[in-house]
Every structure is written in structure tokens, then in C-alpha cells.
Design a binder for this molecule. Sequence first.
Ligand code: C2E
Ligand code: MG
Ligand code: MG
Ligand code: MG
Length: 285
Amino acid sequence: GSDSARERGIAYYKPARDSYSADRLTMVSELRQALENDGLALFMQPKQCLKTSRIVGMEALIRWPGRPQPIRADEIVSLAEQTGLIKPLTRWVLEQSLALRSQLLDRGWSLTISVNISPNNLREPDFPIFVQRLMNSYHGHQGAIIFEVTETSMMQDPGNSLKALNSLNATGIPVSIDDFGSGYSSLSYIKQLPASEVKIDRSLVTDLATEAEDRVIVQTTIDMCHSLGYRVVAEGVEDHGTVDLLRDMGCDMIQGYLLTPPLPFDELLAWLGRNHQQPDERKLG
Ligand code: C2E
Ligand code: MG
Ligand code: MG
Ligand code: MG
């Protein structure tokens, strides 16, 4: 996968300096084809509750398999955002997430799926209607899809983002503030967001065991989020020491390589069966 590739130091595609280069145009048309022909994949990364140790949900992360050179998710997304393909991409991710969640439910796993949303999606006038229709066409998934929006993307256009998030929230989709602590949002803005969850950015979590300053920032963030009524997820957790610190600090949930890197769906199923609690029997039909 791309993570082992990263470790081996394999070079990634870098957007060409000339954004109209032939390479880039080829790639855009290949991405469009991949979207039309099911050429993209969703990997899933589990999210664990620190109090109960149960897996409570997972995050859907886009992948583009079968490329000569691996392309990072944020590069796929930025290419899609620059070319109008982010609209069909996000819709494909949402449909695929619901389809995979149905398969999980069939096996007795009732887990939330978090989907990353681009600020461009928040500007699509028909996005809330699309979401509403999709949720209506799938039964038994109410409250199970969570939208992740990054703090930074919200701050590009705070007023309209807030409006868009409110109308999405009205369709019954919980909102999570992603990469919190990597941007510059004000507390007065954060408190207005119709969010139920905040994800603390990996940059604040990575050196928790060694950096006293990071511990102060993370503890303060957790306390503030709890006072405002948000659940708190720490992302990028890679070692047991960090888990112990986060548990002592009252953090609600963790995600990170310590549990597992993002996995293809079939590997996720195997991982759930191997490593974790049995499916909730009450939910087995
Ligand atoms: P994100 O939403 O903050 O997702 C977390 C990223 O951190 C993922 O990278 C994940 O693989 C990585 N990660 C998780 N645990 C660890 C860890 O313990 N250590 C380290 N070093 N990394 C960890 P990924 O999959 O490459 O995605 C990067 C970004 O691309 C995401 O950041 C998200 O902003 C964006 N993205 C991915 N899929 C989608 C999508 O379907 N739609 C949109 N709009 N954006 C997406
Ligand atoms: Mg995310
Ligand atoms: Mg994140
Ligand atoms: Mg992040």
C-alpha cells in the first residue's frame, strides 16, 4: 500500500508546475474514467472508544489503485477539487460508504462511517438534497454517516460554511471538525459549529509522550471541547504510551497506525474478526 511505499521512499506524483501540462490533463481524464468505471477504492480506518476499547466506527479514505506510481489521497482530492470532479467523487464515496455499511450490518457490525467532505461540496446548492435522498434510499443508517470537514477549509469562507453545515446538519448527519489545532479558527467560531465531534490533528498527537507543551495544548483542547459538548478523537496515534496519556486526559476515541493503517474492506472485515469484540448480538438479524 501507499504507506509502505512511503516508508521505502518511493517518489509520489507531484503536481506539475504547469497546471495545463499534458501529464496533468491525462491524469484528469483518467480520474474521470476511474470515477465512471469503479476504478477508485475506499479504504477504512477503525476508530476505537478509549473507555470501552470497542471499535465504534471507521473513516473512509479514498484510494486510486492500479497506478504506475501511487498517488496520495490529498493529491487525488486536490486534483478533483481543481477540475470539478470533487462533486462526483464525494457522491461516489458516500454511496460506496453506505453500500459497505450495509455489508457490515449484515455481519452484525453496527459502526459509524466518517466521510471527508470538501469545502467545494458545501458550495453545491443540491448537496443537502442529494444527501437526503441517499439516506432515504438506505434504511437503518440514520446517524451512522458522519461528515468530516477540516477546520482550515471552514475558515476559507466561515459564514457560508456555517450556513451549509447547518443545512446538512438539518438532514440528520452529524458533523466532525477534522484536523483541529492545525488552523487558526477562533473559539467564537468553533462554538457556533453544528458539530458533535472534534478530531485533534496528528501534529499535536505525534509527540505527546515527549513534548510537555503538546500535552498542555491537547489537555486544554479536550477540556474545551468537552465543555462545548463535543466528543474528542485523537488522530495519528502510533504507540501505547500516547494511548495511556490520552486516556488520562479524558480523550474519548483514538485512530491511528497503532490500531491499524487504513485497510481495504475485505481486510477490514478480517481485522475486525481477528482483533476485536464480536459483533453486537442484539443487532444480528
Ligand atoms: P484526514 O481526513 O485527516 O485523514 C487522516 C490521514 O492520516 C489519512 O491519510 C490516514 O491514512 C493518515 N493516518 C491515520 N493514522 C495515522 C498514523 O497513525 N500516522 C500517520 N502518519 N498517518 C496516519 P490519507 O488516507 O493519505 O488521507 C489524507 C487526507 O486526504 C485526509 O486527511 C483527507 O483530508 C483527505 N481525504 C482522504 N480521502 C478523502 C475523501 O474521500 N474525500 C475528501 N474530500 N478528502 C479525502
Ligand atoms: Mg478525516
Ligand atoms: Mg484528520
Ligand atoms: Mg490530519
